[in-house]
Ligand binder design. Structure first.
Ligand code: F6P
Length: 547
């Protein structure tokens, strides 16, 4: 048994889960008029209703007992203080410093890192605004009309999501493209309509060695030269965001266009760093700072609010509740906002690359579940794809419903219908439909007895399916910043409870290594015999099919 599952607080939660799992939320709402007020709160412009969860006051008390037992407040303090909480890589985790709008000193190894942070932010802002206002031109003096962000994982998903989410705040003078997949269809299709004279490439890679990104960057450069650009024109058309300045330099990007960040910024937490340069071009330097400001507000809330009124803590402990005590294996993120379509995928990486671990911080295998599968899609579309499973499948999937009350430029009637669905689905999941109600409805429709009995079981919804509703007035840069930071901190808290290092990703490395080994085998003189039978067979089949 691990230390975690041996804790009396863990055992108390196990007993408590047994005691209440047979109870229905419907009855709790009927018995307690204040349930909504008790289990809801606001922070940084975000309203969270978590009353439609399988919780009582005692549940939350016990969950916070567990959080305290694993020293969550201490770990939070250590992260903000720049201690090496990324233990396997011996690194601090300081993405919060990138959005430290209070500009208070953040010490790392005896040095304040804020001057460096501010310096890069200022350089990014100047560059972004110059591209936007046309002061920065391509080599032939034409304005930049297209920005192509080349990156993958954290160097793609964050900028991509934010530029789309904040579309009403994005300049209309420039089109934004994101190339991530090493499948050449992605870059070829993106570049086809573009002109080299008016295109700016932003190569984002923390390591500047990620194969996918480097191949795409090289293809972009080859396209650029092929279309008429000269080597000396690259300076006006390529920029980089990286923690490996030497490699960006070796690629041929002039240092004036290289925006640095540091090893204490995890890839999946990097949109606040130089990786956000495409966001800064889209929103302008001021807009980017607004994003940082919203995230900073959530950082302060996370650092200062008592556990019981702390939104990231609450979201995190609810995940732990369902994952470890109810056995839920997945969690859905369902934004009722088309512009937030990148949100589920962004936090798929955030949650699963951070906490998808089977070894605890002390190097022992865990004997409890970590990181449920994060997935989802925008509503109301997803109601017409996977919601049947959410309502009547054999197990429940906890879900977060996320919506803005108002949306810039939206048509009022559309927004009302969208919000009506945002409200109705969590209600349906919770309330369900009892046998008595279905029977009454079918009787009213005049069904004969046999037909009624045959149809009845199919129309019953058990309900009691939990969800959170996350609501804000509008999706502006500050709210977007706060929303992302909310989920980031929730990831951190879950990692602390599960005693895993949320900031490494060793599991991704093996596939990368093996891909490098496989690559030359497609063209080697002889069929390969170096792997297991299946892998050899697949490689040799590809060789054969290629003739
Ligand atoms: O896939 C693993 C990973 O290292 C992610 O953590 C990261 O976001 C992505 O690759 C891209 O890495 P880089 O920014 O170094 O190119």
């Amino acid at each position: 048994m691990s230390k975690l599952t041996e804790l009396p607080q863990w055992k108390a939660l196990t007993d408590h889960c047994h005691a209440i799992s047979g109870q229905h939320m419907r009855d709790w709402f009927a018995a307690d008029q204040d349930r909504f007020e008790t289990f809801s709160l606001s922070a940084c412009g975000i309203f969270l209703d978590y009353s439609k969860n399988r919780i009582t006051g005692e549940t939350m008390d016990r969950l916070f007992d567990l959080a305290r037992a694993v020293d969550v407040e201490d770990w939070r303090g250590r992260m903000f203080a720049g201690e090496p909480v990324n233990t396997t890589e011996h690194r601090a985790v300081l993405h919060v410093a990138l959005r430290n709008r209070a500009n208070t000193p953040v010490m790392l190894d005896g040095e304040d890192i804020m001057p460096g942070v501010n310096d890069v932010l200022a350089r990014m802002g100047t560059f972004a605004d110059a591209v936007r206002d046309g002061t920065w031109t391509g080599a032939t003096g034409k304005r930049i009309t297209d920005v192509v962000n080349i990156g993958v994982g954290g160097s793609d998903l964050g900028p991509n999501m934010v530029v789309e989410a904040l579309a009403p705040y994005v300049t209309n003078d420039i089109r934004f493209h994101f190339v991530s997949n090493v499948d050449s269809a992605h870059i070829t299709r993106t570049l086809a309509p573009l002109s080299w004279e008016t295109t700016l490439f932003v190569v984002c890679s923390k390591t500047f060695t990620t194969h996918d990104t480097m191949i795409n960057a090289q293809t972009a450069r080859a396209w650029f030269v092929d279309q008429g650009g000269r080597e000396q024109d690259i300076a006006a058309h390529f920029a980089a965001a990286t923690a490996n300045v030497a490699e960006a330099d070796a690629f041929g990007i002039p240092s004036a266009n290289v925006f640095e960040f540091w090893d204490w910024v995890g890839g999946r937490f990097s949109l606040w760093s130089a990786v956000g340069v495409t966001i800064a071009i889209a929103l302008g330097a001021d807009g980017f700072v607004r994003l940082l400001t919203g995230a900073h507000a959530m950082d302060r809330h996370f650092a200062e609010a008592p556990l019981e009124r702390n939104m990231p803590m609450i979201l995190a402990m609810l995940r732990v509740w369902y994952t470890n005590f109810f056995g839920a294996t997945s969690h859905a993120l369902i934004p009722y906002a088309q512009n937030l379509s990148g949100f589920p995928e962004y936090f798929q990486q955030g949650e699963m690359e951070s906490n998808g671990k089977q070894t605890d911080r002390d190097g022992h295998p865990v004997d409890y579940a970590t990181a449920p599968i994060t997935w989802g899609r925008v509503g109301a579309d997803s109601q017409h794809s996977f919601f049947q499973r959410l309502h009547q499948g054999t197990s429940f999937v906890p879900a977060d419903f996320i919506a803005a009350v108002q949306c810039e430029g939206s048509i009022a009637h559309h927004q009302d219908v969208l919000l009506a669905n945002f409200i109705a689905q969590p209600e349906a999941l919770m309330v369900g439909k009892t046998e008595a109600r279905v029977r009454a409805e079918l009787e009213q429709q005049g069904l004969d007895a046999d037909a009624l009995e045959a149809l009845l079981p199919h129309k019953v919804f058990l309900g009691n399916r939990p969800s959170n509703s996350v609501l804000f007035e509008r999706l502006d840069p500050e709210t977007m910043g706060a929303l992302i930071a909310l989920y980031e901190h929730s990831i951190f808290v879950q990692g602390v409870v599960w005693n895993v290092n949320s900031f490494d990703q060793w599991g991704v490395e093996l596939g990368k290594e093996l891909a490098k080994r496989v690559l030359p085998e497609f063209t080697s003189a002889e069929p390969t015999t170096k792997h297991d039978g299946s892998t050899n067979g697949l490689i040799n089949t590809i060789r054969k099919l290629r003739g």
